[in-house]
Design a protein around this ligand. Structure first.
Ligand code: UDX
Length: 435
């Protein structure tokens, strides 16, 4: 099928590249000319494992092309996917300005029979808004609309796309349902389940799934705090809980709070959408509250051992909101480094992939010292603060690190990467989360 993807962020680009990999003829469209130039040269503008290779392979096979022109990319599409950012607006409301602007521009160029699919995470009712927007501009065109939420976790997005747990489509015509079933046939033929439902149900599945996962994280974070009070170990508690298949062992890893471009934004948008209907999401509000103060634990643990942080050299290991990505959107590192600087600490930082993006968005980026390796960053440090669970940190030569660090040699392990006994035997002071 001929597919056009509008938006080449993490979701749009992964979707476009993977649809080409499934054998479709794909055009990825973006108004960012610089990005399109890069993509046309086969350069991947973001770090997502496996994406670079597939991008090159499918471009070479002429199944994948890039354009900055709606006029060029929209008219030939059988199916058009919107993968546009929907940032958090006032009071957590989802800001649909960019998405509806893309719908408006597309409307001028669509052909009869096209299916317009929203993949951007946007509240229930958004597909209807897209339909109305397009209908106003192209009243005589015969088109369908649909919802097809994405469930791509950064760092695993290619695999999540090509081997998904499920595909969800929301349609209200047989023709749209047929078009989307054809798009995903290469996956459903291999046994991937496809849920075909109404448009509002499909839109809500995405929010409900993300809110539930975020709730699991906030839940285990609360249990972790309680573990510390009663001398329990969260690692064993999570394992003991997770072996029950009704609970499952995923998303039970405690830490300093979830981050990323989705969870925080999506849960706030769901609460706001509830309010519009006069409905209060009490549990979701609670998970947001738990997460909002989570980062403070890092500071409490540092102060517990170092006292005042004024002039102390604190090395932050990991700036990305999780391992496997260079993304720092809504990362706890942004809040924690800000507080550390406010408290007068000398902040050194190292991340294998995310340092550039951190510097691009952190307003006090110039006040941080960046290192080219973890061990360089730790030279003379009073404390190492681990914020991202990069495998590379697990493999650090701790004996060597101990010699490089200052006398106090404190490790605040925000991801519970290290075994307490091993680290303490080497002479470090160790603080994990919930144990
Ligand atoms: C999430 C959803 O998983 C994905 O399906 C959706 O489409 C987009 O949002 P993503 O934001 O990429 O994906 O990351 P995810 O792996 O879900 O992690 C989100 C945050 O929760 C990260 O900060 C992560 O470190 C944290 N987390 C996750 C925990 O703290 N503990 C866990 O057990 C799991």
């Amino acid at each position: 099928m001929r597919i056009t993807i509008i938006g080449t962020g993490y979701v749009g680009l992964t979707t476009g590249v993977c649809f080409a990999e499934l054998g479709h003829i794909v055009t990825c469209l973006d108004i960012d000319k610089e990005k399109i130039n890069k993509l046309q040269k086969g350069e991947c503008p973001l770090f997502e494992p496996g994406l670079d290779e597939l991008l090159k392979k499918n471009s070479m096979a002429a199944r994948l092309s890039f354009s900055d022109s709606y006029e060029e990319a929209v008219p030939n599409a059988d199916v058009l996917f919107f993968c546009i950012d929907t940032p958090s607006g006032e009071y957590g409301r989802s800001n649909l300005t960019n998405l509806l602007a893309a719908a408006k521009t597309s409307a001028r160029f669509i052909q009869n029979g096209v299916c317009l699919v929203n993949k951007s995470t946007a509240p229930v009712g958004t597909v209807q808004k897209i339909e109305e927007t397009v209908r106003n501009i192209a009243p005589d065109k015969d088109f369908d609309v649909a919802s097809n939420p994405e469930f791509l976790a950064e760092g695993k997005a290619v695999n999540n796309f090509l081997a998904p747990y499920r595909i969800v489509i929301g349609t209200h015509t047989k023709r749209a349902e047929g078009a989307l079933k054809n798009v995903y046939a290469p996956l459903t033929e291999k046994g991937v389940p496809l849920i075909s439902t109404s448009i509002p149900s499909a839109e809500l599945i995405k929010y409900a799934a993300n809110a539930f996962l975020a709730m699991k994280v906030s839940f285990i974070n609360e249990i972790a705090d309680f573990c510390e009070l009663v001398g329990a170990d969260i690692t064993n508690v999570s394992t003991g809980m997770g072996l029950d298949p009704r609970i499952g062992d995923k998303f039970l890893h405690p830490g300093l709070g979830f981050g990323g471009s989705c969870f925080g934004k999506d849960v706030r948008a769901l609460v706001h959408r509830g309010e519009e209907e006069g409905y209060e999401f009490k549990m979701i509000k609670a998970l947001i509250e738990v997460n909002s103060v989570r980062y403070l634990i890092a500071l409490t643990k540092l102060k517990k051992h170092l006292g005042s942080l004024q002039g102390k050299k604190i090395t932050v290991l990991g700036l990305a909101y999780k391992a496997g990505t260079d993304d720092v959107r809504d990362a706890q590192s942004l809040r924690i480094v800000f507080e550390l600087l406010d408290l007068g600490a000398e902040v050194h930082a190292y991340d294998p992939y995310a340092m550039q993006r951190f510097q691009n968005i952190f307003q006090r980026a110039d006040e941080v010292h960046y290192a080219s390796s973890a061990s360089q960053a730790l030279e003379g440090a009073d404390a190492a603060l681990i914020l991202t669970e990069w495998e590379e940190f697990k493999n650090l030569n701790l004996q060597n690190i101990k010699e490089r660090m200052g006398k106090s040699a404190l490790i605040v392990d925000g991801r519970n990467m290290f075994d307490r006994t091993t680290v303490e035997d080497l002479g470090f002071t160790y603080e994990g989360v919930g144990r």
